[in-house]
Ligand binder design. Structure first.
Ligand code: 4NP
Length: 168
């Protein structure tokens, strides 16, 4: 896997879950916050979207916003949207929160975009799990679990992008 950087040094990353109100906005907000503090040399364009449109236009789930705020991440201004065909041309990496959403993305994406579709937790190889579990119908602990996994994967992603930036 390599992230190509042309004359425009921005690296565009899209995080994808089902509803775009719990996991992927968490990934977007946490990665943005950690990048600004820990990798300010990277110029990132981060966004998130859902494979389903149920919650399009909505703010993130109140439980997601509250759990993130307790760790200092501000997510309340984000609004859900569905993945669009243009996303497959625009983003350098499209990171799915679980295998089911990756499968949906693989079905919808053109051949040219397939190498840019990955699981987010591939960037946290020290974690035993490869999927960020859907917290929507579970208890409060699910939202903490999403944050723990997301912080680990975001740090792994930033380390990978730093290595890639040095290699070009
Ligand atoms: P997300 O969580 O995919 O992490 O945003 C969900 C949000 C809503 C639903 C399922 C999962 N739902 O069924 O409405």
């Amino acid at each position: 896997m390599s992230v190509k950087q042309g004359a425009d040094a921005r690296i565009r990353i899209l995080f994808v879950c089902l509803g775009n109100i719990c996991r992927s906005p968490t990934a977007e907000g946490v990665t943005r916050s950690l990048a600004s503090k820990e990798a300010p040399e990277l110029t990132l364009e981060l966004d998130s979207a859902g494979t389903a449109a149920y919650h399009a236009g909505s703010a993130p789930d109140a439980r997601t916003v509250a759990a993130a705020a307790r760790r200092g991440y501000e997510l309340g201004h984000l609004r859900a949207r569905v993945v669009s065909p243009e996303d497959f041309a625009l983003f350098d990496l499209i990171l799915a929160m679980d295998q089911e959403n990756l499968t949906v993305l693989r079905r919808r994406a053109p051949a040219s975009a397939q190498p840019r579709l990955r699981l987010f937790l591939e960037f946290a190889p020290e974690q035993e799990r490869r999927e960020v579990p859907d917290p929507y119908y579970g208890g409060a602990n699910g939202f903490e679990d999403v944050l723990d996994l997301t912080e680990a994967a975001a740090r792994g992603l930033l380390a990978y992008l730093r290595r890639s930036a040095r290699a070009v």
